[in-house]
Design a protein around this ligand. Structure first.
Ligand code: NAD
Ligand code: UDP
Length: 347
């Protein structure tokens, strides 16, 4: 899956670098903002494993050093504690921009900070990409589709989002949508010079799960798995008939890399089309961890989307990407990681 040099505009950053053994092109220098977080740290693993150099920028709001500590000995890895709300200057070829709280617990903790991270953080990293002529990949979200009236959701769907400003899920979670618009507008308005190597990529990520997720971040897969392991009832919000599509993290990382190295801006849906109600998810978690686990119904939050399922035809055709890992295959891998972390926290 190593891209040919011809596919990647080589900036000053990579010019003149020596090829490491096994790599058919000079190694790229790649920034991953939010690289100490859940998705970012898996992406870092993949980029380093194929021979590139990675700089992680993270303020450790939800990220953890433990997620990347296994790379500390690697001379091709650097970790910078930095808040993307502040500008930074680096010479790199590619920027994967993931820095943003992703779970309701965290993005509601300090809404103003979340807004700053989304808007100012994205503008800062976009400005850097523009200045140094790097490829810039924005991780947007399926929240852009709101409570969808089209099912499954194609990239062309405009969404059904409650525009009223409140501190509930929709407005804060939709901030990546704002970032998506900012980035696209910058491109369209010619603020990004056509002559530069700057290139844009936009991914719309659907619910992703796997090892290294924050254990108590309030998202449904992490909640159910942690609850079953702690022998607590699984909390189903509402009637549990709302649906989501759950993607294993390695599939997402493959999709992000395929998108970065493609010739397409996007946006691309990156998600697993397998669709489950929350009650069905609870059953899979029970099968995997504890068949005796109880279910407790709790009131649902306002504006909770009734269904979500990506149409991934575009990614299949243009990126030659589709997810490989089903929920029943992926969940046990996450459980192993969560079991160990919960045990470690108790000891
Ligand atoms: P995460 O919370 O595990 O990772 C986010 C990382 O960004 C953390 O390491 C955090 O410390 C860092 N960060 C937050 N604010 C920062 C700031 N101001 N400066 C520097 N670093 C900062 O979340 P994740 O699940 O890995 O999500 C990664 C990206 O993917 C996010 O942009 C998220 O919106 C997007 N996304 C994720 C999902 C999902 O299901 N996981 C779905 C849709 C979109
Ligand atoms: N949910 C649930 N129990 C929980 C946490 C969430 O039933 O303990 C539901 C939530 O109401 C939503 C779905 O699970 O309908 C997915 O929620 P999550 O926050 O994981 O993702 P998102 O809503 O952002 O897709």
């Amino acid at each position: 899956d190593v891209p040919h040099r011809d596919l990647l505009p080589v900036s000053a950053a990579s010019a003149g670098r020596r090829m490491p053994v096994g790599l058919r092109r000079p190694p790229l220098r790649i920034v991953v903002t939010g690289g100490a977080g859940f998705v970012g740290s898996h992406l870092v693993d993949k980029l380093l494993a194929r021979g590139d150099s990675v700089i992680v920028i993270d303020n450790f709001f939800t990220g953890r050093k433990e997620n990347v500590v296994h790379h500390f000995h690697n001379p091709r890895f650097e970790l910078i504690r930095h808040d993307v709300v502040e500008p930074i200057l680096l010479e790199v070829d590619q920027i994967y921009h993931l820095a943003c709280p992703a779970s309701p617990v965290h993005y509601k903790y300090n809404p103003i900070k979340t807004i700053k991270t989304n808007v100012m953080g994205t503008l800062n990293m976009l400005g850097l990409a523009k200045r140094i002529g790097a490829r810039f990949l924005l991780t947007s979200t399926s929240e852009i589709y709101g409570d969808p009236l089209e099912h499954p959701q194609k990239e062309t769907y405009w969404g059904n989002v409650n525009p009223i400003v409140h501190l509930g899920r929709v407005c804060l979670a939709c901030l990546p949508t704002v970032s998506e618009v900012i980035v696209t507008l910058c491109l369209l308005h010619g603020q990004v010079r056509k002559s530069s190597h700057f290139q844009l990529r936009i991914a719309r990520i659907f619910n992703t799960y796997g090892p290294r997720m924050c254990i108590d971040d309030g998202r449904v897969v992490s909640n159910f798995v942690a609850q079953a392991l702690r022998r607590q009832p699984l909390t189903v919000y509402g009637d549990g008939k709302q649906t989501r599509s759950f993607q294993y993290v390695s599939d997402l990382v493959d999709g992000l890399v395929a998108l970065m190295e493609s010739e397409h801006i996007g946006p691309f849906n990156l998600g697993n089309p397998g669709e489950f109600t929350m009650l069905e998810l609870a059953e899979v978690v029970k099968e995997t961890i504890d068949s005796t686990a109880a279910i407790e119904f709790k009131p649902n939050t306002a504006d909770d989307p009734h269904m979500r399922k990506p149409d991934i035809t575009k990614a299949k055709e243009l990126l030659n990407w589709e997810p490989k890992i089903s929920l029943r295959e992926g969940l046990p891998r996450m459980v192993t990681n969560f079991r160990q972390r919960i045990l470690d926290a108790q000891s």
